[in-house]
Design a protein around this ligand. Structure first.
Ligand code: SAM
Length: 285
């Protein structure tokens, strides 16, 4: 067995990096998760999900030297794994893994451009930190189940509730689209080189598609949140035509107008957008 014969994962990775002359690049967020229990936990969870949600393939975003790839390939023999990695220096190591496991495919390229193209609606990955937001947007558009590791502060943003400091555009977008579960934390010491902050594992399961309404909500949120601490009325006046703002007043509950932007729930913003669109289309007077 590939993993059993490796005995120590960190030794294996260190040896491979040395053999292929790879120095990890900070610029590409190359930190490697080397804790076997955590890797096993993610792989097992993915297997359970594949049984519950009946999927047969998964995209791995940023596979690096293939530590997570290995554990998933071994545990999820029912799954086809498409490992995407931008840095071609890892391809030789990934090919070694691929030779051992029938269910691994490798694509060297940019995940941001590829998520949309590859026909799988499930994603895993320890996301490259410098492009987490862009990847989350791609996930929002194209992925139905995502089991991802993000930096702790990003994880906080994703799950935070209205009124809190970290609540914002990404919380609203993802909370409207997905049921989100905090799976657990990963201390920074489990990575090499050790990053400054801990990470969080999150599970996102789609409850709604990314459509025109969501796009409108995103647009409105973007504008409103540039006035995050202002009262809703004042912020709206800067985001949409005044004539609509005053009309909207009569359709919204009093307590919504008393809120400040950062206290609006995803549903509140959806309501605002809904009424605005109806007024604009002449479906309301
Ligand atoms: N999967 C490994 C793990 O769990 O330890 C490595 C994760 S590391 C945080 C992120 C990986 O994403 C790096 O290997 C990096 O080269 C890769 N990466 C960075 N930008 C990328 C992009 N645009 N598309 C695909 N992979 C990317």
């Amino acid at each position: 067995n590939f993993l059993d014969s490796q005995r120590d994962l960190s030794l294996w990775v260190r040896e491979k990096l040395r053999v292929y002359g790879i120095k990890l690049k900070k610029r590409l967020s190359q930190v490697i998760l080397l804790n076997e229990k955590t890797l096993e936990k993610i792989a097992r969870m993915l297997k359970e999900l594949s049984i519950i949600h009946r999927f047969s393939s998964v995209i791995e975003i940023g596979s690096g030297p293939g530590t997570l790839t290995l554990y998933v390939a071994k545990e999820c023999t029912n799954l086809y794994i498409i490992a995407i990695e931008i840095d071609k220096r890892f391809s030789a190591i990934l090919r070694e893994i691929q030779e051992y496991f029938w269910n691994v495919d490798i694509i060297i390229g940019d995940a941001i451009q590829l998520i949309d193209v590859i026909r799988s609606n499930v994603a895993i990955g320890n996301l490259p930190y410098h492009i987490t937001s862009d990847i989350l947007i791609e996930i929002a558009k194209h992925i139905d189940i995502a089991l991802i590791t993000v930096q702790k502060d990003v994880g906080m943003k994703i799950i935070s509730k209205p009124g809190s400091k970290s609540y914002g555009k990404i919380s609203i977008l993802l909370q409207l689209l997905f049921d989100i579960k905090y799976v657990g934390g990963i201390p920074s010491k489990f990575f090499r080189p050790k990053p400054k902050v801990d990470s969080s594992i999150l599970l996102l399961v789609r409850k709604r598609i990314y459509d025109k309404t969501i796009e409108r909500i995103e647009e409105m949120t973007k504008c409103l949140f540039s006035y995050r601490r202002k009262h809703v009325y004042k912020a709206l006046k800067r985001c949409i035509d005044l004539e609509y703002v005053d009309k909207m007043l009569s359709y919204m509950e009093q307590n919504l107008w008393r809120k400040r932007v950062f206290q609006l729930s995803p549903k509140d913003i959806e309501k605002l957008v809904h009424i605005y669109v109806e007024l604009k289309n002449g479906e309301r007077k």
